[in-house]
Design a protein around this ligand. Sequence first.
Ligand SMILES: [Zn+2]
Ligand SMILES: [Zn+2]
Length: 294
Amino acid sequence: MVPTSKLPPLGAHVSVAGGVHTAPGRGKAIGADVIQIFSKQQTRWMGKALEEGDVRAFRDETARTGIRTAAIHCAYLINLGSATESVRTRSLYALEDEASRAAMLAVPHLVLHPGSSGEDPEEAGIARIAQALKTFGRFPKGVTLLLENTAGQGNSLGRTMEQIRRLLDAAGNPPDVAVCLDSAHLFEAGYDISGEAGWDGLLAEMDRYAILPLVRMWHLNDSRTDFGSRVDRHFHIGEGKIGPGAFRRILTHRVFRTLPMVLETPKDGDDETERDIRNLAALRKLAAPGWKEE
Ligand SMILES: [Zn+2]
Ligand SMILES: [Zn+2]
């Protein structure tokens, strides 16, 4: 597909307060082409079943607002790498619930943090996550699971390109499992994307582990914490420790520039739309020809 504009589809994670059908309107209010949502209260294992009316309203609102594509971010409780079998079982059921919601809402991307090995060595966690994905089997038609890279906080897996590769290989490289990259997590995990050298290093690693063709989406967040901190704190674009140059490199990269990209930055301020609007404007400016790093 030839991109119709020089900009990737840009948007933000938006609230579903009042029902999933309210999300596209929130996206439109900030000028988004793409939205990401939680499909239910993200602190619960299972949500109230979606009714036909909810589904129809969501699809109608998506069409009315011109939102081009969407993603569901899985609940944070899901941990396919847990050493506790009951947690893994509940995680699998919860993942199935998320996947069926995505299929009902015609949302093509389902974003998941791979999981944490807890006190166990990472190898054990990788084996458990891979086994869980094999047990899960295929995702519903039209839904792709995107494993998100992590900051590496609390032994969370998916911190490096190498870990993501080992996970995918152990799971047998399912055709409906791909990757979502989060800029803040990359930086916090030890990829210094704030400068050219670190960016080139990341691309070289992505090449070595054949991750580049699997990237389907970006989370664009600056980081409040230092490079390599392994502490996950998102911040406004260009105002954190990463700085603006990294975002320009992502937005204009030959492969990434057509992928959906969403903000997961704080929504502080009196108006929940205000900061998203400013961050999206910052991204558009960074993608414009002629922008120079100061
Ligand atoms: Zn995430
Ligand atoms: Zn993210």
